[in-house]
Design a protein around this ligand. Structure first.
Ligand code: F6R
Length: 607
């Protein structure tokens, strides 16, 4: 996720900006840049790679002159992570410089229109459109706020940005919509940043900007306006008492918790630009020139493997594509029979998992095309796959994967709809019901997450003495049961096994006794009666049961945990965070190192 810092004040701005960018490094990035206005000119410095590469370029003596400027760390979404795509971006005349975080969904149409009007583009980014639009606005309007408001009315998507002009050194304009941005208020200096650590060493006085707000500031003053009406908005300055470490976690105790709570935003970002509501179509242009596969082989490890297994149920049901899902470390050593009309889909958050990469290489050796579903732009999976779909979850810092799986599920769901439409087999109402539910899902989830956490915390105290757990589910909930078990074991070190509920009677049930609890997924779907019977078998052996369920399922277990009922498989987006939070609260209660569990690494680059 990109990081923004803008400074205007009395100090040399560039060291403040570079320091601020360092504090935002935790967000992940692949290139960086900064700009300032001096002697009626914008000065621009950018570099791909780490911040040191940018610092190496800051050798000119003029670097210490400006007392205002903007800086950015970029986490690539549109266009490769290279210098040309790094922010800031300039308008055609070089008068304005802008840094941006977010996704401009309609950038392609806007870009084509602006090019026809004579604007010159220098990058592949969606961001560049915004600075050109503001420049266009300035030709028609007399003030910056007016021009910005007009430009923002043209775009669809999310943004947080900061803008400077060569004609007004010392002035900064910034605005946000669905991407984070806040104002740091100092004495004779002001800041705008994506996150508090960027300016925490200078001020703890913060103004939290809301969506649809625009700020105009210089060293001694700041004013917030509504983007739409340009009416001034009264804002409270809040004094925060965080230290830098706490601030990087956005006030959450652990990165894992922060990442679980980011999932509503992740769903919004994954959907951005992917659904054409007018044409009722899913947009996956990355795959338009590939035939729909006769058979799909999904290859992945760990949590990503569970996401693949989840997708199998959907792809077979709605796209009529036979799917095999395989753990990458097995796939790579099998004597595979692959046909040219089949595809391999490699799923990887990090894009660097050695076994998954070996699977990709094997498929390519056999002449099979590979689609990579991956979170990190420019990673090896992304580079080696024939096509890449990026999951846009933002950097995941906690070792236990949470929001990345959520993003994988969204994209796999969209992939199913996309291929189902191309195959002309997608049941008629599925697309409209999916669109309808997806549009309200992030808000519902945002409201539910604190409640889920509370319930998870209460249950963790009740069950903290357990040494083993079964996680049971059927159908689409079976892969989620596997994921629930994986999360619990990796961060709380409690032994847990995920099973298809119907498989219990074939052996595992021998383990059930009053000290061996079961965590069941007993949702209100077509398999509920079957799951209920399986739970009766557990109960009959004295096993305690926690069950994620829905209202009116009439489920009689020790601890029913009711979730709000959504439509169809989208219920998974409520089940997943409940499982994650249960594992999280259990680990916290047991005093484990949640973000860095023993023996585990975030990116498994060895066999
Ligand atoms: C579990 C977890 C791992 C990863 C696995 C694959 O919380 O994080 O199981 O899912 O190592 O990693 P990626 O998706 O990066 O290939």
């Amino acid at each position: 996720m990109c990081g923004i810092i803008a400074y205007t004040g009395h100090r040399p701005a560039i060291p403040v900006i570079v320091e601020g960018l360092k504090k935002l490094e935790y967000r992940g990035y692949d290139s960086a840049g900064l700009a300032f206005a001096l002697s009626e000119q914008i000065h621009l410095y950018r570099a791909s790679g780490k911040l040191e590469a940018l610092e190496d370029r800051l050798t000119s003596p003029i670097i210490m002159q400006p007392t205002s400027g903007i800086g950015h760390t970029r986490w690539a979404t549109h266009g490769l992570p290279n210098e040309q795509n790094a922010h800031p971006h300039l308008d055609s005349s070089g008068s304005l410089a802008l840094v941006h975080n977010g996704i401009i969904e309609n950038f392609q149409e806007l870009r084509e229109e602006l090019i026809k009007e004579g604007h010159q583009f220098n990058s592949e980014t969606d961001t560049e459109v915004l600075v050109h639009l503001i420049a266009k606005g300035l030709q028609k309007m007399s003030s910056f706020p007016e021009a910005i408001s007009w430009a923002l009315s043209q775009i669809e998507g999310s943004y947080a940005f900061a803008l400077i002009s060569k004609d007004y050194p010392g002035k900064i304009w910034a605005a946000r919509q669905a991407s984070p941005l806040l104002l740091g208020v100092g004495t004779g200096e002001n800041f705008v940043a994506s996150d508090i650590p960027a300016f925490l060493q200078y001020t703890k006085d913060v103004v939290f900007l809301e969506d649809g707000e625009l700020v105009e500031m210089d060293a001694n003053s700041w004013q917030v306006y509504s983007v739409d009406s340009l009416k001034p908005v009264d804002k409270q300055v809040q004094h925060i008492a965080w230290d830098v470490q706490a601030a990087q976690k956005g006030g959450f105790k652990h990165f894992m918790l922060k990442e679980i709570f980011e999932q509503p935003r992740v769903i919004r970002d994954c959907l951005a630009g992917r659904i054409d509501r007018k044409k009722e179509q899913v947009i996956l242009t990355e795959l338009d020139d590939l035939p729909v596969p006769r058979r799909l082989h999904i290859v992945a490890c760990g949590t990503s493997y569970h996401a693949g297994l989840w997708a199998k149920y959907l792809l077979e049901k709605w796209a009529h594509i036979p799917v095999e899902v395989e753990i990458a470390s097995e796939f790579r050593y099998r004597h595979l029979v692959l046909n040219p009309d089949e595809l391999v889909l490699a799923i990887s958050q990090s894009g660097e998992t050695a076994d998954t990469l070996a699977g990709i290489r094997l498929a390519k050796e056999k002449g099979i095309k590979v689609i990579g579903l991956c979170n990190v732009v420019g990673s090896t999976v992304a580079r080696e796959s024939d096509r890449v779909i990026y999951t846009q979850a933002g950097p995941e810092i906690s070792v236990a994967s949470t929001k990345a799986m959520c993003s994988q599920l969204v994209l796999l769901y969209l992939l199913t709809l996309y291929w189902g439409q191309r195959q002309k087999v997608l049941p008629l109402d599925v697309l409209s019901k999916s669109i309808h539910t997806f549009s309200s899902l992030p808000d519902i989830l945002e409201t539910e997450l604190p409640r889920l956490r509370e319930k998870a915390a209460a249950l963790s105290q009740e069950y903290a003495a357990a040494r083993s757990f079964f996680f049971l589910g059927r159908g689409i909930n079976y892969p989620l049961a596997l994921e629930g078990a994986l999360k619990l074991k990796e961060i709380s070190y409690i032994h847990a096994e995920g099973y298809a509920a119907g498989e219990m009677k074939h052996g595992p049930i021998a383990l059930i006794d009053p000290n061996f609890p079961t965590f069941a997924l007993a949702l209100n779907d077509e398999l509920l009666p079957k799951v209920k019977s399986n739970l009766k078998e557990v109960e009959a052996r004295g096993g305690k049961i926690i069950a994620l369920t829905h209202p009116q399922t009439d489920l009689k277990v020790d601890h029913p945990w009711e979730l709000p009922l959504l439509w169809g498989p989208l219920n998974s987006f409520m089940v997943l965070p409940a499982l994650q939070l249960f594992a999280y609260e259990m680990a916290v209660y047991l005093g484990k190192d949640v973000d860095q569990p023993r023996n585990l690494a975030k990116s498994v680059t060895v066999e």
